[in-house]
Structures are given as structure tokens and as C-alpha cells.
Design a protein around this ligand. Structure first.
Ligand SMILES: [Zn+2]
Length: 78
């Protein structure tokens, strides 16, 4: 337990919906797991990334549901 300013940052939670991103462990050490995690195959649109609070960028991964929803929205718009 550490009492730092980043105490509110939970790397295991999606910064957009607050749900578990199922990605934190894989992203930390993809080699050790024998392959890339799902987020390397997912498409993160610039719009989606822009919605992540600056304080959480590069700290908490976006979850699969939010990534998929954003990709879907972009496709529908085209
Ligand atoms: Zn999410």
C-alpha cells in the first residue's frame, strides 16, 4: 500500500466506464504471457483516446467494450 497522489488511479479499471479492462497484467508484461494481449489487436480511435482523462493516460487501459463501441461508432459514421 502506498499513499501517493495517484492513489485514485486503478490500472485494472477502464478510465472511461470504470469496469475491469482485463488487460493490466497482460500489458505490463506481454512477453511473459506468451503473446500480445487483446488490446494490441483492438483498434483505439484517436477520439476514444481523447476521452481518457490526462491523469489516466498510459496508466489505465481502456476496456474491450469501450474500444469495440468506439470502433463501431466510427464505422457507422462512415
Ligand atoms: Zn470501458
Amino acid at each position: 500500500m502506498t499513499a501517493e497522489a495517484s492513489a485514485n488511479v486503478d490500472p485494472a479499471r477502464c478510465p472511461l466506464c470504470g469496469g475491469g479492462n482485463a488487460c493490466a497484467m497482460a500489458c505490463e508484461n506481454p512477453q511473459a504471457r506468451g503473446g500480445p494481449c487483446w488490446c494490441t489487436a483492438a483498434r483505439f480511435t484517436p477520439e476514444l483516446l481523447a476521452r481518457v482523462p490526462p491523469a489516466l493516460r498510459h496508466k489505465a487501459c481502456i476496456c474491450a467494450a469501450c474500444a469495440r463501441a468506439a470502433a463501431q461508432a466510427e464505422r457507422d459514421a462512415c
